[in-house]
Design a protein around this ligand. Structure first.
Ligand code: GLN
Length: 491
């Protein structure tokens, strides 16, 4: 078995046992990136020398017994909206093209603390706005399963890099599905944790009340180990929660006896691809075999979730992105005669079309006269959505639904029709509006040979349950082990 076939935990165990060295694993990953990045464009920045130097350092610490995490020495990559001190953090935007943060995100520090080797920074939709990873200023990322298709977004670089075996795990962010949907399109496992469990300090904000950092990896076990390392209260993020940290990995029993899983029938209606529907429902049968009780129920909120999400997300984005003005950091236009012209020119040149569309929409829904009609209404809808989930979790431990209505579309298909692209987020955005944990797990391939994902959603702080069900499913199935061949299609 080649190194790249190992899960992150398997590689960590081999490093610990001295069977594989950290520089050896890092070299293998950098070689894979060298071979594959030209075709899939998953990375914006590759840290060749720096990663090798880090690997040597970490190996010494592991040999000296100073690093004991099960992931110590395992190479990974980080989405380019998470600050890495002294390493370009672009948010896939021209406006931040040369930005080298003077500080690390809390996430980056936590990764350093466990001895993670950072291979580079991952491509994404500009400012995490999009569902395809095509809006990057640095060019679209391509899906390793079929290079004519998108990897999903906005953490498309993260999902593609894990699927193409360029790293053992990746860190992404999810505001309305950006971890789960690319995980689904690329056949990897990705979890958006409960809002507040992973610090957002140093995550460049898109919509602060919805943004969450989380892992993409091969297995639910890997995701549990990563979350064990990156969760926790952070005094630098006022919304971070003071909850017990750790214990997710050790809590994975795979036993689902007595677990009640609800399937919202409202998520299986018009607009859902037949093959996706069939694979997700087949996953329910596997969970039943493992001891879960599965039942259908009504979750009558689906027509409201996309409009509410896009109003709230755009409103927060328009406010968050006002800091990019050419004065403090990043791109500055030339040839201006006063401050207003500097702002205008810098933002006109620095932001891409999709980001501008969101800023315009957000400014509109927050403007006087429209605030009550749109923004306040959307917040009321958000409360209704939260209540609907609360009611569901009085009856069920977990919910099972699709991640996305289809498998990965062709490049270019979605950007021509933004509304259609927004509607494709229907199964993921409500989870962010309600602040809940949701995992995407590979549950088969469609007739085109493209991965399908199933989504398990839990109550707030129900990561343990969500990951345990995902783990039980992965003990029964091999879909998470399939890998794209160079030509596309599964091996
Ligand atoms: N596709 C959604 C959007 O564009 C979600 C993006 C995300 O989760 N960052 O807003």
């Amino acid at each position: 078995m080649s190194l790249s076939d190992l899960t992150a935990l398997e590689l960590g165990a081999k490093i610990k046992a001295g069977e594989v060295s950290v520089p050896e694993a890092t070299r293998a990953a950098l070689d894979a990136i060298e071979a594959k990045n030209a075709e899939n464009n998953a990375f914006i920045t590759v840290l060749n020398n720096r990663a090798m130097a880090e690997a040597e350092e970490i190996q010494k610490k592991i040999s000296a017994g100073e690093l004991t995490s099960p992931l110590a020495g395992v190479p990974l990559a980080i989405k380019d909206n998470i600050c890495t001190k002294g390493v370009k953090t672009t948010c896939a935007s021209k406006i931040l093209g040369d930005f080298q943060p003077p500080y690390n995100a809390t996430l980056t520090e936590k990764i350093h603390a466990i001895g993670g080797v950072v291979l580079g920074k991952l491509n994404m939709d500009e400012f995490a706005m999009g569902s395809t990873s095509e809006t990057s200023y640095y060019g679209a990322t391509r899906n390793p399963w079929d290079l004519s298709r998108v990897p999903g977004g906005s953490s498309g670089g993260a999902a593609a890099a894990v699927a193409a075996r360029e790293c053992w795990y990746a860190i992404g962010s999810d505001t309305g599905g950006s971890i789960r949907q690319p995980a689904s399109y690329c056949g990897v496992t990705g979890i958006k944790p409960t809002y507040g469990t992973v610090s957002r300090y140093g995550l460049i904000a898109y919509a602060s009340s919805l943004d969450q950092i989380g892992p993409l990896a091969r297995t639910a076990e890997d995701c549990a180990a990563i979350l064990d390392a990156i969760q926790g209260k952070d005094p630098r993020d006022g919304t971070s929660l003071d909850v017990p940290v750790g214990g997710l990995l050790s809590g994975l029993s795979g036993d689902l006896t007595g677990m009640k899983i609800g399937i919202p029938v409202d998520c299986f209606g018009d607009g859902l691809d037949g093959e996706v529907s069939q694979k997700v429902l087949a996953a329910a049968e596997v969970l039943k075999e493992r001891g879960a009780e599965v039942e259908e129920f009504r979750l009558p909120i689906m027509e409201y979730v996309v409009p509410a999400y896009y109003i709230i997300a755009a409103a927060e984005a328009s406010s968050n992105l006002s800091r990019f003005d050419g004065v403090k950091y990043g791109w500055r236009a030339e040839g201006y005669s006063d401050l207003t012209e500097l702002y205008n020119k810098t933002r006109t040149e620095g932001f891409g079309t999709e980001v501008k569309r969101r800023i315009l929409l957000g400014t509109f829904v927050l403007s006087s006269g429209y605030y009550d009609a749109y923004y306040r209404k959307a917040l009321q809808v958000k409360a209704v959505i939260k209540e609907a989930f609360d009611r569901a979790f009085e009856k069920y431990d977990l919910l099972l639904m699709p991640v996305a209505p289809t498998t990965a579309p062709k490049l270019g298909e979605s950007l021509s029709d933004p509304l259609k692209m927004y509607l494709s987020d229907i199964y993921t955005v409500s989870v962010n509006l309600a602040g809940l944990p949701g995992v995407s797990i590979p549950c088969g391939l469609d007739s085109k040979g493209l991965p399908v994902g199933a989504q398990l959603i839990g109550p707030a702080l129900g990561e343990g349950k969500v990951l345990n069900a995902a783990h039980a499913y992965q003990q029964e199935t091999d879909f998470h082990k399939l890998r794209p061949t160079q030509k596309g299609g599964a091996e």
